[in-house]
Design a protein around this ligand. Structure first.
Ligand code: NAP
Ligand code: GCO
Length: 266
């Protein structure tokens, strides 16, 4: 066992939608492990915000304007990355959205929008990088799944359908491209404190914690929300040579939620 196997020196990592949140934390860890960081966001203003965040963190990141649901834009962006930075060794399909709407009140357009970003886009981005990974003789694809890859709950039908599909897309990329030394795995974060979950943690008018916040604390053996930093070690592992025989696996980083029936009330 050589600890150098955990290094990302010389590797180019594209983390989609990584201006902040989980993607940004993963990018920070990859930079610390030696990788060159590439990220994208949907518009100039968001991209500038992301570049400022990387600058503040002391990371030279390459940023591109690209909506990951737009296949032509993704194909063109990958070509530009290959010309300006180099062939992508590591793809993290991080960009994602959620809409919390009761299913019977959700429009088909809203359902499609969530599936477009959370499932179709990871397909589009993986399809764009795999050919060069095959030529290079190796590649790592990491899909950011979810507790909702395994569990459902009220109001997140589109998100759960997409993240469940993303688990199976992960397994299928493993099956179809493992022979080319491409490993495709997932990370399934538990409940992580980011802008995406901020509505679930809002302090109530009476100063109490949000009911969902209290629910998650009771459902998590670690009795806390995760932080983006909790995902950094697992993400480096799955991007490194240390995981070259790990393929098609969803690594849940959830503080134990999936193993736990929940704390007895009272
Ligand atoms: P977040 O704070 O909402 O950040 C999502 C990122 O994705 C933003 O940078 C956003 O950019 C970008 N994005 C959204 N749609 C995009 C598009 N069409 N093209 C390009 N970029 C796009 O989310 P997060 O909490 O960091 O979550 C990141 C990933 O982890 C998501 O896939 C999420 O489903 C997953 N996840 C989160 C949790 C959690 O508890 N937070 C748990 C499990 C899984 P803009 O700023 O331009 O919108
Ligand atoms: C929700 C939350 C979750 C988290 C995450 C859990 O509304 O239930 O947003 O979906 O984002 O996906 O793993």
């Amino acid at each position: 066992m050589n600890m150098q196997d955990f290094s990302l020196e010389g590797k180019i990592a594209w983390i989609t939608g990584a201006s902040y949140g989980i993607g940004f934390a993963i990018a920070e860890a990859y930079a610390a492990a030696g990788a060159t960081i590439v990220f994208n966001d949907r518009g100039r203003e968001q991209l500038e915000r992301g570049l400022e965040n990387y600058k503040k963190a002391g990371i030279k990141a390459y940023g591109y304007i690209c909506d990951v649901t737009d296949e032509e834009a993704v194909q063109n962006t990958v070509k530009k990355i290959e010309e300006e930075v180099g062939v992508i060794d590591i793809l993290v399909n991080n960009a994602g959205i959620i809409k919390r709407i009761p299913m019977t009140e959700m429009s088909a357009a809203e359902f499609r929008q969530v599936v477009d970003v959370d499932l179709n886009a990871p397909f589009i981005c993986a399809k764009a990088v795999i050919p060069a990974m095959i030529k290079k003789g190796h590649g790592k694809i990491i899909n950011i799944c979810s507790m909702m890859s395994e569990l459902g709950r009220e109001t997140v039908s589109a998100y759960a359908a997409a993240k469940g599909g993303l688990k199976m897309l992960t397994r299928n990329i493993c099956s179809e491209y493992g022979a080319y030394n491409i490993q495709c795995n997932g990370i399934g974060p538990g409940y992580i404190a980011t802008p995406q979950t901020a509505p679930l943690r809002e302090i109530q008018p009476d100063g109490s914690r949000h009911p969902f916040d209290q629910f998650i604390i009771a459902k998590t053996p670690a009795a806390r929300w995760g932080e983006p930093a909790d995902l950094q070690g697992p993400a480096v592992f799955l991007a490194s040579d240390a995981s070259n025989f790990v393929n098609g696996h969803i690594l849940y980083v959830d503080g134990g939620i999936l193993a736990y029936i929940g704390k007895q009330p009272g």
